[in-house]
Each structure stands twice: as structure tokens, then as C-alpha cells.
Design a protein around this ligand. Structure first.
Ligand SMILES: Cc1ncc(COP(=O)(O)O)c(C=O)c1O
Length: 453
């Protein structure tokens, strides 16, 4: 048996994969990735793929970086582990907390560390509950989340997620979640409605939902500045300003899920800044360490910090914490990642490469009959596939068009991962003009081929 077949058999036998159809895995076997080279990953058969999605919207600096590897090795040699319980901290964790606090659009922010996006989301929810208990409003527990949102896989984060396949087998969502519409300007607008009027209608829907539920029962509204997993949904420019006005009317907190958008992805440090969103808390992960270490963070306002202080005024501890919160190696890696972002003039680079990507996609796909919409912000884009441009009708699920696009991508040497009917782009920030060209050309060829079938 070849080594490759040996690996495949063992994977099928022992490994339960995330977000994978088990039957397809048993039939087709895994895709085994062995190495990284800048924005490319290399399979165990030696084939190179340009990873259009930076893995899972995360490997912002690509898949191998000598500088970060060196920092990680030194950090492991010097202090392989320590925690943040009972006042412990490593110098790098302190430095990184200060550095994040100085970047976020929350004045005098405090930073809490966790290890995944889901944990950061859960932390924000617990802090929202703690905050309102401290203000004598313990009945404020409900959280407003949007249709088609993705906020993670732990029980409450999955409940906030607005995707049926994340709930179906698990008896989710938990109670206490209020659902409002996704601000999808391509599909959500009614005929003749401007983006601004659409934003007005969404704000009115939110207001009505709050009144129907009882404002005194609602703690927070959670949203991604740009909804990545739903297919890079960019809301109308005035959406968050209008949402914030409604929330302020009822004293409801605004929680930003910056897990994908944070750290330069939108062409601003945070998606909040790109989309005019003024949050009370922010959850960050992915780009924070370019996924070179599982680390996430929450930024909170001084008012929320004061509530934690008040809750523990009698000498008790803040009752929250993860074993690997503020991990010293993770912190050392984040420190280096942030230094590299600063040195590469990140925001300018993302804006330039993002503009080039959207321009090239628009040129390539303007005459492609199955492309309904090309959209994006910063170095994040979505190409929505339709069967009919006029009616915006989608292909029947049985045609499995997204899976076909993914398979053809691999034939072309592209690692694609469509989100529903949208081919999404979230490449590493290090992509060159030639690599942007490669993505646009190959995706153009794939979609033209599918449209002619
Ligand atoms: C917007 C958003 N929030 C939260 C999460 C959850 O992050 P994690 O998978 O690290 O728990 C994700 C993961 O993709 C995400 O895209």
C-alpha cells in the first residue's frame, strides 16, 4: 500500500471531519495538505493550490512565514505555557492586550483573550448578561441575531447562527434569540428601493421586533460588519448607523463579530470602521494571529469593565476563563503578526489588491450568464451564482453547482470554498498582482465552462 493510500484509509477510519459530508468523505477520501508556500498549499501528491480563502478566512499571511516560525520556536523555548487566572500574565500577553486596545475603535478598551472565535462570541454574551445584572436589569437576556449569520459552533454561538444546518441535528437554537433579516442588498431589496430605503426598512423591522419582544428583555444585538459566511454580504452604507439609533432608543448593546473582518480584511483595521458600526464589544480571532495559533480576543468598553468590577466588589473573582486564555506563545505570535501587518502597510495593500480583485472579477465575469452579482470590500469578495440573471433564480440543489465549482477549482489549482451559491474570495494579504490575476482568470474559466454545460 502506498503511503498516500495508508493515510487516506486511516483518515476515513479514525478522523471525524468538521463540516464534511461523511458519505462523500468515505467515497472520495480526504484532501491531504502537507505544506504551505506563501498563499499556496501543497497536497501530498505535490499539487499546488492557490488558496483563495486563506484556509477558513484566516491565514492572512499565508501558510508559511519564517519570521513567525522563529518567534514561535523562541517563545516555546522560553515559556511554553502560562495562564491568566489569579492575575498571572506573560510580558507578550500584556504587550498584545495594550496593542489591540490601542487599535480598536473603542476608547479605553479592555482586552480579554480566548482561543477561538466561538469562545470570544460566548464571552461577549456572558459579559452582556453580567452588565445588565449589574445595572439591576437581570431580565435583559435575549440576544438579537440575523438570518444567515454565522457566529460559531459552540452551543450559544451556534444558536446565534442563522443557518438551519447548524441547528437541525442538535435541537438548536436555544431559547432567547430574536431573529431579524440579513441586510442583503442584492436579494433583500424590493423593486425600486434604494439602499438607504432598504436600511430604513431593516431598522424599522428591528424596532418592531424589539417592541414585540419587550425591550426590557433584550440585552444585545450581534452582527458581523460584513457577513462573510452568507456570501460576503455588504450592508447598505447607512445600515449600522440606523441600527445603532434603534438600539440606543432601548438601551441595547451592539456586539460586533469581527472574527473575519478584523485586522485589515476590509481595508480598515476593523470592519466596524469600514461600515460605520459603533460597537460596545468586539470579538476578534482569525486575522489576529493569521491563524498561526488558536487565539481570539474580546474588546470591551470601560462601562462593561466597571460592571465586572462592581460584580466582584466583595472580593470574588470574575467567574470566567479558559485554560489557554492569553497563552504566551499565542501572544508572542500575535505580537509578530501585528508587527508584520504594520511593516507591510497593510491597509493600503489590502485596499489596492482588493480593488484589483473586484475589477478583474467584474471584467472576467461581466458576460457570464450565471453570475448575478459581484461584490465585496477590502480583500474580500463574493460572486453570486444564479441560473437566471433576471429572476435571480438559483440552481436546483440536486445540480450541486457549488460542489462542482469546488472540484473544478482543484483541477485548475485553486482552493475554492463556495458559501451557498456564492463563490467567495478572502485570499492571504500577501497575494501579488499576478496571483490576483490567476484567481480571476481561473474562476472566470470555471464559471464560463459551467454556464455552457
Ligand atoms: C464571523 C464568524 N464568527 C465566529 C466564528 C467562529 O470562530 P471559530 O471557528 O474560531 O470558533 C467564525 C468562524 O468561521 C466566523 O466566521
Amino acid at each position: 500500500m502506498t503511503h498516500s493510500n495508508f493515510l487516506r484509509e486511516r483518515d476515513i477510519r479514525f478522523h471525524l471531519h468538521s463540516q464534511t459530508n461523511p458519505e462523500a468523505l468515505r467515497r472520495d477520501g480526504p484532501i491531504i495538505i502537507e505544506r504551505g508556500e506563501g498563499p499556496y498549499v501543497i497536497g501530498e501528491d505535490g499539487k499546488r493550490y492557490l488558496d483563495v480563502m486563506a484556509g477558513l478566512w484566516c491565514a492572512s499571511l499565508g501558510f508559511e512565514n519564517e519570521r513567525i516560525a522563529g518567534v514561535a520556536a523562541r517563545a516555546y523555548r522560553s515559556l511554553a505555557y502560562y495562564h491568566s487566572f489569579s492575575g498571572r500574565a506573560s510580558p507578550d500577553a500584556i504587550d498584545v492586550a495594550a496593542s489591540i486596545a490601542q487599535r480598536v475603535p473603542i476608547e479605553n478598551a479592555r482586552i480579554y483573550f480566548a482561543t477561538s472565535g466561538s469562545e470570544a462570541i460566548e464571552t461577549m454574551i456572558k459579559l452582556a448578561w453580567l452588565y445588565f445584572r449589574g445595572r439591576g436589569q437581570p431580565e435583559r437576556r435575549k440576544i438579537i441575531a440575523r438570518d444567515r449569520a454565522f457566529h460559531g459552533s459552540t452551543i450559544f454561538a451556534a444558536s446565534l447562527t442563522g443557518l438551519p444546518h447548524m441547528h437541525r441535528e442538535f435541537g438548536l437554537p436555544l431559547g432567547g434569540i430574536v431573529r431579524v433579516s440579513c441586510p442583503d442588498t442584492y436579494r433583500g431589496r424590493i423593486a425600486g428601493e434604494s439602499e438607504d430605503q432598504f436600511a430604513d426598512r431593516l431598522a424599522a423591522e428591528l424596532d418592531e421586533a424589539i417592541v414585540a419582544e419587550g425591550p426590557e428583555t433584550i440585552a444585545a444585538f450581534i452582527a458581523e460588519p460584513i457577513n462573510a459566511g452568507a456570501g460576503v454580504i455588504v450592508p447598505p452604507d447607512t445600515y449600522f448607523e440606523k441600527v445603532r439609533a434603534v438600539l440606543d432608543k432601548y438601551g441595547i448593546l451592539l456586539l460586533a463579530d469581527e472574527v473575519v473582518c478584523g485586522f485589515g480584511r476590509t481595508g480598515e483595521w476593523f470592519g466596524c470602521q469600514a461600515m460605520g458600526m459603533k460597537p460596545d464589544m468586539m470579538a476578534m480571532a482569525k486575522g489576529l494571529s493569521s491563524s498561526y495559533f488558536p487565539i481570539s480576543a474580546v474588546a470591551l468598553t470601560p462601562e462593561i469593565y466597571e460592571a465586572i468590577d462592581a460584580a466582584n466588589a466583595h472580593g470574588t473573582n470574575f467567574g470566567h476563563g479558559f485554560t489557554n486564555s492569553a497563552h504566551p506563545v499565542g501572544a508572542a505570535i500575535v505580537r509578530e503578526v501585528l508587527a508584520i501587518y504594520d511593516e507591510m502597510n497593510l491597509l493600503e495593500r489590502v485596499s489596492r489588491q482588493g480593488k484589483l480583485l473586484r475589477e478583474r472579477l467584474s471584467e472576467e465575469l461581466s458576460d457570464c450568464s450565471i453570475v448575478g452579482d459581484v461584490r465585496g470590500r477590502g480583500l474580500m469578495a463574493g460572486v453570486e451564482i444564479v441560473e437566471d440573471r433576471n429572476s435571480k433564480a438559483v440552481f436546483a440543489v440536486e445540480k450541486a453547482v457549488p460542489a462542482q465549482i469546488e472540484r473544478m477549482g482543484m483541477d485548475y489549482g485553486l482552493m475554492l470554498r463556495p458559501q451557498g451559491n456564492t463563490v467567495t474570495f478572502c485570499p492571504p494579504f500577501i497575494v501579488t498582482d499576478e496571483q490576483v490575476e490567476e484567481m480571476a482568470n481561473k474562476v472566470g474559466a470555471i464559471l464560463r465552462e459551467i454556464s455552457s454545460l
